[in-house]
Design a protein. Structure first.
Ligand code: FEO
Length: 171
């Protein structure tokens, strides 16, 4: 059984993951609007990943006898200065989410909630990957600079990304 404190904290994380999904969807449509369909696809894939994250916590709360309370999702930004700016914002966002996950782990440890601690370890590892994925694109964008041809090449590469749900589903 989840404590009320942990239940509330996990509910807030569900909202944060759904916000992430919404934010990446906004980034995706912005890329479509400026003619970079590959980057739009990359962001759409990220949208699916974030929905998966949110639903993974959703299922966990239910499985532990808690109550999911869905709250309003904040409006994400709708416009960015450049492709580089989008990925800079994405990295800053992922760093913030890593902090939220770490806070959840700290709470689980404080409460001696071993089940939540084990559950959250997946997210700890996932955040390392999330930051690395965004960081890798950001590094390439910095190298590309104002080279439009190189940007189109990168866009084609980004368009190859697909969402593959992890093989182990909670329920
Ligand atoms: Fe669900 Fe991008 O962290």
């Amino acid at each position: 059984m989840l404590s009320k404190t942990m239940e509330q904290a996990l509910n807030e994380q569900i909202n944060a993951e759904f916000y992430s999904s919404y934010m990446y969807l906004s980034m995706s449509t912005w890329f479509n609007s400026i003619g970079l369909p590959g980057a739009a696809k990359w962001m759409l894939t990220q949208t699916q990943e974030e929905l998966f994250h949110g639903m993974k916590i959703f299922r966990q709360v239910n499985e532990r006898g808690g109550r999911v309370t869905l709250k309003a999702i904040s409006q994400p930004p709708v416009v960015w200065k450049s492709t580089l700016h989008v990925f800079q914002e994405a990295l800053a966002h992922e760093q913030k989410v890593t902090g939220l996950i770490n806070d959840l782990v700290n709470l689980a440890l404080e409460e001696k909630d071993h089940a939540s601690n084990i559950f959250l370890q997946w997210f700890v590892s996932e955040q390392v990957e999330e930051e690395a994925n965004v960081g890798a694109v950001l590094d390439k964008l910095k190298l590309i600079g104002k080279d439009t041809t190189a940007l189109f090449t990168l866009d084609a590469e980004l368009g190859q990304r697909i969402f593959t749900p992890p093989p182990v589903q909670v329920n």
